[in-house]
Design a protein around this ligand. Sequence first.
Ligand code: PEP
Ligand code: MN
Length: 274
Amino acid sequence: MNRLPNIQSLPTEATKPVTITPDFAVGSSNVVLMAGPCSVESYAQARAAAEAVARVGGRVLRGGAFKPRTSPDSFQGLGEQGLEILRDVADEFGLLVITEALAVEHVPLVARYADIIQLGSRNMQHYPLLWAVGELQKPVLLKRGFMSTVEEWLKAAEHISSRGNHNIMLCERGIRTFETATRNTLDTNAIALARQLSPYPVIADPSHATGRADLVLSAARAALAAGADGLLVEFHPDPDHALSDGEQSLPLSALPHFVAEMGKITAVFNRSFT
Ligand code: PEP
Ligand code: MN
């Protein structure tokens, strides 16, 4: 018996696309780019990112305004000012916004500015937060906890859908393993498995999965080969001076090459990229 899947049908076999705007969905034959800085730091920084994303045909700008930082002494984000900046620069270039809601009380605020609400790895099992976004119809990107099993991740998504919001995207962002040479380990198994076991599109984050800018391109290729429906990637105009995650951020000047390389991978699966 031939047990090999038909790669032609890989993209949409089990996946139900999530509509972000009437003309833009995630989980279709188009694999989406969500790119931008780890944190919104200034108007000029975010605007430069938005311009670069738009120039390569990207539709979604990422950037954190409320940052979950390991140390309380690290930059915590600009808060509402960061959301305003993100919305402003995204609108100027016709982009959509994905940004994190860190706490239950931020959800209404973030929902006003964002097109997609990101829930962070550290919050994957923060059930009140899952319920809060579950009460909305706004698309949600649920990052996998870096110590969570695939089953726990999918159950967390059920907490969102149980409240009525089925506009869910999953995001594999690397898990903690015994390996310390990289920040995390990209679990490509989980990308393929989550796409089989759930109707939700699966996004991959090669930036947090590797923690090293020089590995992001390779990890991104692997994620798309495993069937990812999109990539959430950190790009910064000046990574050396980024206020967070500079070591894993690619310069904006690398975006055209990155997009071209991703296009080669998606073409193998009869998909497009951006
Ligand atoms: C992020 O994407 O900015 C982020 C904080 O990622 P994670 O929650 O995966 O650590
Ligand atoms: Mn980051």
